[in-house]
Design a protein around this ligand. Structure first.
Ligand SMILES: [Zn+2]
Length: 247
């Protein structure tokens, strides 16, 4: 299926909406287009809240998700079947713990979510478009939610994706544990951080937030968190410093 020519209409949409696409090498662009074709053949899209799925929606989501697959042996997010898309943010009823015995109930606004047993991933189209248009503000809901899917590949939502060797697993755990602890400490003391402090929630969110920074602000991440950057570079087999639009 990857030998089929890439639809011209899709390519035009990618060139128009995916800013990072122009900065990739020619071979990475070709590889990405191949992944997008497989991704779009395999995944189902569903519009929610009256939203209509168009080619622009499918291609803009696929292009960003497939950036996470370049250079690696991949199974195309095997646990994911359906992508649900809302027009803007969507509301969920949520009960969350704010203290040892204190729970807060209310309606929360969300831009995206996925879960290990959901088989689906939810996105706000407004946030998806923004992520594609600004590749260096450190925020990208597609990279974030699909990073969670990579995390699920070894069956646990623990911030550890499928790593090839035991040695890699040990190095990863070591670096992530200490980086997570420092983000938590910075969050508690109110020190400004490069990484979104949402990553201080738990190791799974820490991984997803780190992936956003790795692709969107690689120079800064490499400068401030060299060990974290190195682990992500080894895992992704990519060096986003080479194609980053970060200034
Ligand atoms: Zn998350």
């Amino acid at each position: 299926m990857r030998t089929r020519p890439f639809p011209k209409k899709w390519l035009t949409l990618i060139q128009r909406h995916i800013v990072f696409f122009h900065r990739l090498s020619a071979s990475d662009r070709a590889e990405l287009l191949g992944h997008i074709q497989v991704f779009l053949a395999e995944k189902r899209f569903e519009g929610c809240g009256g939203f209509a799925i168009t080619d622009e929606v499918r291609v803009t989501i696929a292009a960003q998700a497939c950036l996470l697959l370049l250079h690696r042996k991949t199974d195309y997010f095997p646990q994911l079947l359906t992508i649900l898309v809302y027009p803007l943010s969507y509301m969920v009823e949520e009960k969350r713990q704010v203290g040892e015995h204190v729970w807060e109930e209310g309606t929360m606004n969300r831009l995206g979510e996925t879960g290990r047993r959901m088989g689906s991933l939810v996105l706000s189209w407004g946030a998806v478009k923004h992520g594609a248009a600004d590749p260096s503000d450190g925020k990208n809901v597609v990279l974030h939610e699909f990073a969670h899917q990579l995390d699920f590949e070894n069956d646990a939502a623990d911030g550890v994706p499928g790593l090839a060797t035991r040695e890699q697993q040990l190095a990863w755990t070591d670096v992530m544990r200490s980086e997570f602890a420092s983000l938590r400490a910075a969050d508690e003391s109110g020190v400004p951080t490069l990484l979104d402090t949402y990553g201080a929630t738990d190791p799974a969110e820490f991984f997803a937030v780190s992936v956003e920074a790795f692709f969107e602000q690689p120079h800064a991440l490499r400068a401030h968190h060299p060990k974290l950057y190195a682990e992500l570079r080894t895992y992704f087999q990519q060096d986003p410093v080479e194609f980053s639009a970060e200034r």
